[in-house]
Write a protein that binds this ligand. Structure first.
Ligand code: ADP
Ligand code: MG
Length: 702
């Protein structure tokens, strides 16, 4: 149950003074987390971070106040200038003075009574706002603050500025946040004392206060201890949730797999090449995990073409040594087929039997395959989600390999391993992602990084070409296919709709056909499975030489002798996506090239992206640059994945904190797995605060 101390923070914002029904709807739209149905809690207001601050500490004389600056003036009210009857839309001016000169406090559509009450003649008042000058006359339009000299003490001299929404006034939002702060209880510290003192973090409450009631604009800088503390809290909550899920997975005792090494050696001998040092290293980590009775929960991160599938093959061979079956899950039908074809080549020689199971299997074929799976006649089952349907029963599932699935959340990961008897889990991702993001998304897993590429790979020459030179590109494409080359031509999403995406590819294919006739094929996401397969088979066999594609080819299509890729509207793709696409070529023994066809003029970010692409092929470096260039938002396709984004923390600015949070979370869960200690109790409150209380359910179930 939620600690009752938190109750005030989980009340609706409508319970705050000054927040009526209308305002609470507006606030909900602004700060309610996804899934909350637009209803904001007090907590959500507190986590709404200012984007900057107005500094009103600057006291000036009228004559010397700089144009455009926000200043506070002490002035005596002299007289009013009301607009004449004929000029109703003219403003009212309240003329005020100090020893240095005169200023007009300007109001549009203000009631005269209200103004006369606010500005009694002869009174000395403080006014705060932006100073304008016109023909040497100073004015201040709608001052932000008007009050008596005695009010000065209560004037917030440094005022936070928040991301806003239409219809909500900054004043009302600030008032709401101020009364939310009053509800904030004193909570026991959940941060480990060593971390707290090393990072000079203020207590939680003080941190929120200093961000929302800054004494200095610098107080709400994301690099200052107060802000960093809150970012750390958010990371810690998410790392604790991952650590609990990890513990949950690890807790179900697996069993030692692959203890004698025979089959694995046979499989390795069946390969027509030697393992790269990177592959050997990753495999030794995987084998060590598998040999333990604790279950494996490991991520294998490797660039496109780094040779992950081979690593998976040997791991599956190791599972068979202990009599266990393996399932390899691919995200798409095309990929499942490709894996099946690729692995089948080696399975015979390695003494492994393999089957393919996808959504397309039905009737007798499907029944036959299911029987083989339940009888244990197959060792490796490759497929799509069909692998996890209820009627698929494994005789002895020991290892689940998930390919290319960086889009999985923690719960899905758990559900994948419900089949079988606590099978080992190996997730392979071809999207190199920065370390911080790995921790954010896969903090529950151990990570192997597959560095380097198989020997003999030729580098890919990358050029950026403006669309004006399309003719030249087409001419070059013609020469290349005459010489027997194969080429991908990728068209992006033109608008936000699938249809226009499709149109772009279809139109491009049409244009290219005018030059190259039926040597041009087309593949896109709207085609049926068999249509896609046929298009890809034509391309593979060389019947077509150019395949125009939408981004369906992004993930994992393998045509080793394709040596050129043209990416149209390259400026619209993110770096990681460009890198994935480029990875479609350079897989064979021929030198390859990548043409980034862009429409000028290029924005700064697009320019930087294309430059990075020309400079490097190192996926891990590209991933780091990508994070710098566009922030964490899109990197993992977070929107599709439902992976949470952080509301306070910024993955780039607070990268260093993530690692500390991970270590701290794992250590705490190792020493206090049921969160029973005093700190464990405090941490429960943290989990609730950041909406990670699902993790507490894991705790109870275990
Ligand atoms: P990934 O899954 O990481 O994208 P793959 O496992 O599909 O990469 O490997 C890409 C290609 O490289 C395949 O054709 C594979 O047979 C080949 N390959 C894998 N490992 C090696 C190696 N050690 N030496 C040479 N070629 C390799
Ligand atoms: Mg692969």
């Amino acid at each position: 149950m939620r600690p009752s101390a938190l109750d005030p923070l989980f009340a609706s914002v409508s319970t705050l003074s000054g927040v009526g029904p209308k305002v609470s709807v507006l606030i909900g739209g602004l700060v309610a987390p996804p899934g909350a149905g637009g209803v904001a809690k007090v907590r959500d207001l507190l986590f709404h971070m200012p984007s900057g601050a107005i500094d009103r500490r600057r006291r000036e004389k009228i004559a010397s106040a700089p144009e455009g600056a926000i200043v506070t003036l002490e002035v005596r009210i002299d007289h009013y200038q009301f607009p004449s009857r004929e000029a109703r839309n003219q403003p009212t001016r309240v003329i005020a003075q100090d020893s240095s000169g005169e200023i007009a406090l300007t109001y549009f559509r203000a009631q005269s009574q209200w103004l006369e009450k606010l500005f009694p003649l002869g009174e000395t008042l403080l006014v705060s706002g932006k100073v304008d000058r016109f023909n040497g006359r100073a004015s201040m339009v709608h001052p932000d603050f008007v009050g008596s000299a005695e009010d000065a003490a209560s004037l917030p001299l440094v005022e936070p500025v928040y991301p806003m929404t239409g219809g909500l006034s900054p004043k009302v939002l600030r008032r709401g946040i101020a009364s939310a702060l009053e509800r904030l209880p004193e909570l026991p510290e959940w941060i480990e004392p060593g971390v707290l003192s090393r990072a000079s973090f203020p207590p939680f409450r003080a941190a929120l206060e200093s961000v929302h009631k800054p004494q200095d604009p610098g107080d709400l800088d994301s690099t200052k201890p107060a802000y960093r503390r809150l970012a750390y809290d958010e990371f810690l909550a998410s790392q604790l949730a991952l650590a609990l899920s990890r513990r949950r997975m690890k807790q179900e005792a697996g069993r030692p797999l692959g203890t004698d090494g025979t089959l694995r050696a046979r499989a390795e001998a069946a390969l027509p090449f030697r393992l790269t040092p990177g592959q050997s290293e990753a495999l030794s980590e995987i084998f060590a995990d598998m040999a333990r009775s604790e279950r494996m929960v490991r991520l294998l991160q490797g660039d496109v073409g780094a040779g992950k599938t081979v690593v998976a093959l040997l791991a599956m061979a190791a599972a068979k040594e202990s009599g266990a079956q393996s399932a390899l899950l691919a995200p798409t039908e095309i990929l499942a087929r490709q894996h099946f074809a690729g692995l089948s080549r080696y399975c015979d020689a390695a003494g492994l039997s393999i089957a393919l199971l996808t959504g397309r299997d039905s009737g007798k074929t499907r029944d036959g395959k299911l029987a083989a799976i339940v009888n244990g006649d197959v060792d490796i089952i490759v497929g799509t989600h069909a692998l996890f349907q209820e009627d698929v029963i494994y005789r002895d599932l020991g290892l689940v390999v998930v390919d290319e699935q960086h889009r999985f959340g923690v719960e899905q990961r758990l559900s994948l391993t419900r089949k079988g008897n606590a099978p080992d889990l190996l997730v392979m991702t071809a999207t190199p992602i920065p370390r911080t993001l790995v921790l954010a998304a896969f903090g529950d897993m151990d990570v192997s990084r597959l560095h380097g590429k198989p020997a003999g790979r030729k580098p890919i020459t990358t050029v950026a070409v403006s669309f004006d030179r399309l003719e030249e590109v087409v001419a070059r494409v013609g020469r290349a296919i005459d010489e027997g080359e194969k080429l991908y031509w990728v068209c992006p999403l033109v608008e936000e709709t699938e249809t226009s995406d499709l149109t772009a590819a279809e139109e491009r294919a049409e244009v290219l056909r005018q030059f190259f006739g039926d040597r041009v094929g087309l593949v896109h996401g709207r085609m049926t499975g068999p249509e896609k397969d046929a298009a890809m088979a034509d391309f593979k066999s060389g019947r077509t030489r150019i395949i125009v594609a939408t981004t369906v080819i992004e993930v994992g299509v393998d045509v080793p002798d394709a040596s050129i890729i043209v990416i149209e509207h390259a400026e619209r793709f993110g770096l990681s996506q460009l890198h994935q696409l480029r990875g479609r070529v350079g897989r064979g023994d021929k030198p390859s090239s990548c043409v980034l066809l862009y429409r000028a003029p290029l924005g700064e970010t697009a320019k930087a992206r294309l430059a990075v692409m020309r400079e490097t092929e190192d996926g891990f470096r590209i991933a780091e640059e990508d994070l710098k260039l566009r922030g964490e938002g899109d990197l993992l396709g977070t929107r599709q994945s439902g992976m949470q984004t952080f509301r306070i923390a910024n993955l780039e600015a607070h990268a260093d904190l993530m690692e500390i949070a991970r270590d701290d979370a794992r250590l705490l869960i190792a020493t206090d797995p049921d969160l029973k200690s005093a700190r464990g109790e405090a941490v429960r409150a943290l989990l609730y605060l950041f909406g990670k209380d699902d993790a507490i359910k894991l705790l109870r179930a275990g």
